[in-house]
Write a protein that binds this ligand. Structure first.
Ligand code: WTA
Length: 632
């Protein structure tokens, strides 16, 4: 079966079949992959019992499907284009054969350091090709990769290493990010020093910048020393369908970040199927996803999805504004990119720059544009469509989450209609429901509610690493029998979906998920902080900004206190969680039962100073005016 959907009719047919006979449909899709052994059942388990299994009994290795499978037909085709931070540094290209060799060598190198199937390997790297190669090398061995975004702090890295007990850490000496150098190895050293009982036995250091670093005797090894010794032959490990493939930490509304666990076969099928159908690429096309591999988009739609489809994928080391805000568009022209996938926050930032940064470039190679990570506002959508797509490129607004493994709601480029600011239609196999305040399914077509998915799909997370109970509690218990997304959603009269944003205490700042509780905990580490509350507020570029209300002891001036708070957050989480505004307040609006009335804080942060609603349950209603008067 060719599962590529080529027309609206085929979409309707596939959707129908995935509803009436999911096992038949997904069995046929899965048949097109390379298996060592076929499955015994396509789907087993249930959402109620939190024991979903896809393709149980099957054996495979995902890298055979990403690489080996293509060698005969397109071994000399470019698999990866690498565009360095500095535009004057030559770009690199890896053919499928070369990428295969690099992955096999790296797998041997890791194996020689004692990495075994099932071991956790932490990758704390900048955007170098060796990051993608390490991800695939782990998968080839059957080791579970846990990529930690290079913008996280030593403390955040240490927590993630400890939580999943990583045996090996791979890092760079440092990474380039625009004009900045990020000293990854120094941060990694600090993380490991901070752990009482570090599980990490070996640190492999890839040299990118050439800065001075300390190599710890017996623990730290240079990538290039190990790599040159390693054989280029590595027959892949045979994995069970439900063996873990990777862990990726993400923020929730409570507690510390959760290690979202994805397994092998279902994730593979979902990554390949959604990529192929949403982006609709031809053999000679060139794809570029601007995400960092440290986030789920970089896993599914920079690495696995494109390689599973045998296309050319592009990896960019830098940032959109270096050396100037025309960089994205220069790279599009330079590499003749046909399919371009980025986040609304980047679109908004570039839209605000001088138009010549765009018009200096041709952009005539572009065929399809994509958006991911947060709701795209109308202004950004229209600018993207006109100035970048020249009104001839369909825009796929792809809604999904770290937990969903891949896209769940999106138009299919050129096949189903797009609509500005709408993710539009669910993919085959995805059955959305909008829930009302009582937890009941809203039947009316035109409606708004909390978005749930009522049936399992192959790419669904299977657990939270080390905490299956938390998995059930977080996703599967609010609406029994359904997966709860945490997002609010509208459905129009045509049945098209528009995601309105998180309904829980998770912020979406520049497309990055940040838990308010996590930031509050970080601020609370400062000895002079008595209490704090974090809320989001509308921000022109970031989508949401972070607003912190802090009660502090009087040891510091408000100015000093703000500096101190930024420092403690940078240390505890990383610069991405730094609040845009910090207001020192005399108290917080609490109810008699001690709950903070966040709705009021959100309104003040948004500069909406009236209609606070009922404040009679507040312990001290006068606090509202005091906070309002000091609003930033
Ligand atoms: C939001 C990123 C509107 C949403 C892939 C979700 C979106 C969260 C869209 C997941 C979109 C993602 N339109 N909102 N197209 N895509 N979101 O885990 O709130 O980093 O719950 O995954 O981003 O963020 P995550």
């Amino acid at each position: 079966m060719d599962w590529k959907i080529k027309s609206l009719e085929e979409y309707a047919l596939a959707y129908q079949e995935s509803r009436s006979n999911p096992e038949l449909y997904w069995g046929k899709v899965a048949d097109t992959f390379k298996w060592n052994k076929k499955w015994e059942s396509v789907l087993s388990g249930s959402i109620e019992d939190a024991n979903i299994k896809w393709f149980d009994g099957a054996e495979l290795n995902i890298t055979e499907n990403c690489l080996d499978r293509h060698l005969e037909e397109r071994g000399d085709k470019v698999a990866l284009i690498y565009e360095p931070n500095d535009p004057n540094e030559p770009a690199l290209e890896y053919t499928y054969k070369q990428l295969h060799t690099a992955v096999c060598k790296t797998a041997n190198m890791l194996k020689a350091q004692g990495v075994e199937k099932g071991d956790r390997v932490c990758l704390y790297m900048s955007m170098v090709p060796e990051l993608m190669i390490s991800v695939l090398a782990c998968a080839r061995i059957g080791a579970i990769h846990s990529v930690v975004f290079g913008g996280f702090s030593a403390h955040a890295l240490a927590g993630r290493i400890e939580d999943c007990d990583c045996k090996i850490l791979i890092t760079n000496d440092a990474g380039h990010r625009g004009e900045k150098i990020i000293h990854l190895k120094d941060i990694a050293d600090k993380a490991l020093d901070d752990l009482d009982n570090s599980p990490v036995q070996k640190v492999i250091v890839h040299k990118r910048v050439g800065n001075d670093i300390e190599m710890k005797e017996g623990r730290d090894l240079w990538w290039h020393d190990l790599y040159k010794e390693a054989s280029s032959d590595y027959p892949s490990e045979t994995m069970q369908a439900e063996d873990p493939l990777f862990i990726l930490y993400t923020s929730g509304s409570t507690g510390k970040p959760k290690g979202v666990l994805h397994t092998t076969a279902g994730y593979m099928v979902w990554a390949a199927y959604t990529f192929g159908n949403v982006f609709q690429m031809n053999e000679e096309d060139r794809y570029w996803c601007t995400a960092d591999i440290g986030w789920i988009t970089g896993h599914t739609y920079l690495t696995y999805g494109p390689l599973l489809n045998g296309v050319t994928t592009t990896m960019f080391e830098g940032i959109p504004t270096f050396p100037n805000p025309g960089r994205f568009w220069e790279v599009v022209d330079k590499h003749k990119i046909t399919h371009f996938y980025t986040a609304p926050t980047a679109v908004r930032a570039l839209m605000a720059c001088d138009p010549s940064f765009v018009t200096n470039n041709n952009l005539d190679s572009l065929k399809v544009l994509g958006s991911v990570g947060e709701p795209i506002n109308a202004e950004a959508w229209h600018w993207y469509n006109k100035s970048i797509g020249k009104e001839k490129c369909p825009i796929v607004d792809t809604w999904w989450q770290t937990e969903t493994g891949g896209i769940l709601i999106s138009s299919l480029a050129g096949v189903t209609e797009g609509k500005p600011c709408f993710a539009t239609l669910p993919l085959p196999g995805v059955f959305p429901a909008l829930m009302d305040a009582e937890g009941k399914v809203i039947e009316e077509r035109e409606s708004e509610g909390n978005l749930c998915i009522t049936r399992p799909w192959p790419g669904m997370l299977r657990s939270i690493w080390g905490d299956h109970e938390r998995f059930k509690q977080t996703y599967l218990s609010a609406y029994p029998g359904s997966y709860f997304t945490g997002d609010g959603c509208k459905r129009d009269a045509d049945g098209l979906y528009r995601i309105t944003g998180r309904v829980d205490d998770v912020l979406n700042v520049s497309g990055h998920r940040i838990g308010t509780a996590e930031v509050e905990n970080a601020i609370g580490q400062h000895p002079d902080v008595i209490e704090s509350a974090i809320v989001g507020f509308p921000h022109d570029i970031k989508g949401q900004g972070i607003y912190a209300y802090v009660i502090a002891s009087e040891n510091h001036s408000p100015e000093e206190m703000r500096e101190e708070i930024l420092k403690v957050i940078t240390e505890e989480i990383g610069p991405i969680a730094k609040p845009d505004k910090i207001q020192i307040v005399p108290g917080l609006p609490k109810t008699r039962s001690g709950k903070i009335m966040r709705r009021i804080l959100r309104k003040i942060a948004a500069k909406e100073f009236d209609n606070f609603g009922d404040t009679s349950t507040l312990l001290d209603p006068s606090i509202v005016d005091k906070i309002k008067d000091g609003a930033l």
